[in-house]
Write a protein that binds this ligand. Sequence first.
Ligand code: FES
Length: 375
Amino acid sequence: MTGDDPSKRDPAGMSREQLARLAGDLDDVEVVANTPRRPEPTTRAEKRAEKRAEWSVALWFVLSALLAIAFVLAYSLWPNEYVSPSEDGYTLYALYTPVVGGAFGLAVLTLGIGVIMHIKKFFPDEVSVQQRHDGPSDELARKTAVAHFEEIGEDTNLPRRPLIKRAMLGAVGLFGAAAGVLAIGGFVRYPWTGGDKAPLWITGWKPLGGETVYLRSQSGVLGEIDRVRPEDMQPGAMMTVFPFRESDRGEKELLLAAERASDAPVMLIRLRPGTEVTKRPGQEDFNYGDYYAFSKICTHLGCPASQYDSQNHITLCPCHQSEFLITASAKPIFGPAARPLPQLPITVNEEGYFVARGGFIEPVGPGFWERRTRP
Ligand code: FES
């Protein structure tokens, strides 16, 4: 350590090396020992050894870059639509998460190994001692710190190792891009593709081409169709139902799609006779007697809001405790949800089955970034 006050020294005219030393002095850092790990190679053997060391570092960065590319490809192209264990393609679907997670994890790991190898093989062997001090650094200290980092770069001979430099930049850049894809990839989607038929407007409940849409319960067996009748429910009961069209019968893909659509589940509720109900204007005839059908999808963030308390006519969303009062047209009475659960207009047809009289007249589920009113 020097005896003078380093903050009084004039940095003007100092070389980068002197500025770097001044940075240490300002931070009360004393370099006790500094041995360059790899001095400039002079003999052929030393040059070959240096090249080998360089490649052994660069390979980790190259590997990291390849894994980052693999991650982006797997994230974008690997089939990730749900497939049940009994269907073809289940193995591929089941591998989606391990492949995406594995590629990303290995990209991080190899990037880290590359950095450690670079430090171990090329950074000088240095021992420094620093006294502790409080408070932010002044401008001089910040300026000299930059010089100090440049000095470190010089010490590690990075500028004369373009292979490592490029491999490192490639790995860091691609890894950064992969992290960016992970963060925003799920949002890159235009929700209004399809205009009036965009998925945000249309649900499986909308009768298209005049075809009847029945309310069916789910037995758990694919292809088994249980259309619901009023006598299937006791007063006070609640049942989850899905849309069903006769043209879907026997069509495995269509039946699965109707069950899996995130906006499909509906709570069919039978109130006890004489229960007082407040209806929303314009929806006075959406119910069929004591039977009311509401979307099961919470208008806060889309969890299934179907923990139904038949004594108090309240349905609870377990995610953030929003409560909806069924006898007040499922308006939210507690929690973060701001909109009522959309009501499905229902009736019973001449065969005695529940059917939808139309689709929902408002968006199902949570608010979204550009929710707008139907023109
Ligand atoms: S998703 Fe239902 S309360 Fe948040």
